[in-house]
Design a protein around this ligand. Structure first.
Ligand SMILES: [Zn+2]
Length: 445
């Protein structure tokens, strides 16, 4: 299994290089890591809470989640628990082969395995959720039922998936509402089960998160622990330690701003190496002076992948992001020196409600007419562009908007002036930095 996963990752990396994904500005940013020179790292635990004992059992009467909390406490470390709601509705199903991706069910994921759903999930374990929160950790939404948002590759092709964006939203809201009503907790982050992004009907998890007002929590460093080793438990613990050790030996600052992926559950061989591996990982990190914090705290240091303290435009971009404005691309880069197109300008100028309108209108009518001859409703910047035109901030050219046209400094000056910002007579080609500064000045007054 480990070999298949490794080969799969290599193939994926090659495909990504050959066919790079195009990135657009968006309200939702995929946060893998952030730019900082501080020795701060975030730790995330997927699939919990888990009231079953660690496997193998350590005999100290602690459940796996309690064990993780106990280890974290010892190092003064706090993390983000990416919890599920309840998987007891995932029946009927068949058990898959141990060590394979289907070990917890052919059509569904079970928690953490067959017949044990009542030992896990936020619904059944309010006391674990309470403990997680009272000890200063963060909770994110890993979906209520842990169903795939949409179809994905061969490994998961027998899986039951959600059939529409509405179904995905209903599921996310269920867990969101449970935490809010029962625990008084406001969720801000989410990670889709198995990172499946495509949702039927041409939507993505980014659309779901935009409507939920979530950010997309990804990870940049695999803490392992989810992968079974043929050589057994000790080898699985080693797999959790060795990559981290090697990274820190090569560069003591290697983990600055990274998000580590961990699992609050059993791996595909029904073992939980995290119960030993986490302690050793935290020992390595604390020896190098790292603070371990929840993802939201990491994002307060810097919300972005390419912009950090001391960089030009950082404070302005951070303020705009913290006020819900669309300031970055969906890969969490701000790209301050990138020449600015008209479509991109519309995204930062338009309020979030105007950007979200695209998703809501497409849900109602997937065949809605084009907004301009060169702007379909399904285009990522469509309703932001419409808002800027309707509010007389940007003008179309006849029946066209020219969303890909790079703006001159003078053009941007007049757009910012119409938006109520100060202008700064630019003679060069407009960049994202120019727009960010202009919009910031207009909004923060
Ligand atoms: Zn998961």
């Amino acid at each position: 299994m480990a070999l298949i996963v490794r080969i799969g990752k290599k193939v994926k990396a090659i495909i990504r290089k050959l066919f790079p994904k195009q990135h657009y500005m968006g309200l939702v940013r995929r946060i893998e890591r952030v730019k900082t020179t501080q020795r701060v790292v975030a730790m995330t635990f997927d699939d919990g809470p888990c009231a079953l004992p660690p496997s193998p059992d350590k005999g100290d009467d602690l459940s796996l989640t309690e064990k993780i909390l106990e280890i974290m406490r010892r190092y003064d470390a706090r993390g983000t628990f990416d919890v599920v709601g309840d998987t007891s509705e995932n029946y009927p199903d068949e058990i898959g082969a141990e060590g394979s991706a289907s070990w917890g069910g052919i059509k569904y994921d079970h928690y953490p395995q067959f017949e044990c759903d009542r030992f896990g999930g936020a619904k059944h374990k309010p006391e674990l959720i309470h403990q997680i929160l009272s000890e200063g950790h963060e909770i994110s939404n890993h979906s209520y039922r842990h169903l795939l948002f949409g179809k994905k590759n061969m490994i998961y092709n027998k899986r039951k998936t959600f059939e529409s964006l509405t179904e995905v939203l209903t599921d996310l809201r269920r867990l969101d509402a449970l935490l809010e009503e029962r625990d008084g907790y406001d969720i801000k982050l989410s990670r889709p089960p198995h990172y499946v992004d495509k949702i039927k009907g041409g939507f993505t998890s980014y659309d779901a998160y935009a409507l939920m007002q979530y950010q997309y929590m990804a990870a940049s460093f695999d803490g392992a622990g989810w992968l079974p080793c043929a050589d057994g438990y000790e080898a699985e613990v080693d797999e959790m330690i060795n990559p981290l050790k090697a990274a820190l030996e090569a560069d003591e600052d290697a983990l600055c701003g990274q998000i580590i992926f961990q699992k609050d559950g059993y791996n595909m061989a029904s073992r939980s190496p995290v119960a030993d591996g986490l302690d050793l990982q935290l020992k390595l990190l604390s020896k190098k002076g790292y603070r371990v914090v929840p993802v939201s705290e990491l994002m307060e240091i810097s919300p972005f992948a390419d912009l950090g303290e001391g960089d030009d435009c950082f404070e302005e971009a951070k303020w705009l992001a913290q006020h819900g404005r669309c300031v970055a691309f969906d890969d969490n880069t701000v790209r301050t020196s990138k020449p600015l197109t008209r479509g991109e300008a519309a995204m930062l100028i338009a309020p979030p409600s105007a950007i979200i309108a695209r998703i809501i209108e497409l849900m109602k009518n997937p065949k809605a007419p084009d907004l301009f001859k060169d702007v379909k409703l399904s285009d990522p910047y469509s309703t932001a562009i419409r808002w800027c035109v309707e509010n007389d901030i940007m003008q179309p050219k006849g029946k066209y908007f020219l969303p890909d046209k790079v703006m001159t400094g003078e053009e941007l000056d007049s757009v910012i002036a119409r938006f109520g910002g100060a202008t700064k007579s630019l003679s060069h080609t407009a960049t994202h930095a120019d727009l960010i500064k202009g919009v910031y000045l207009a909004l923060c007054k």
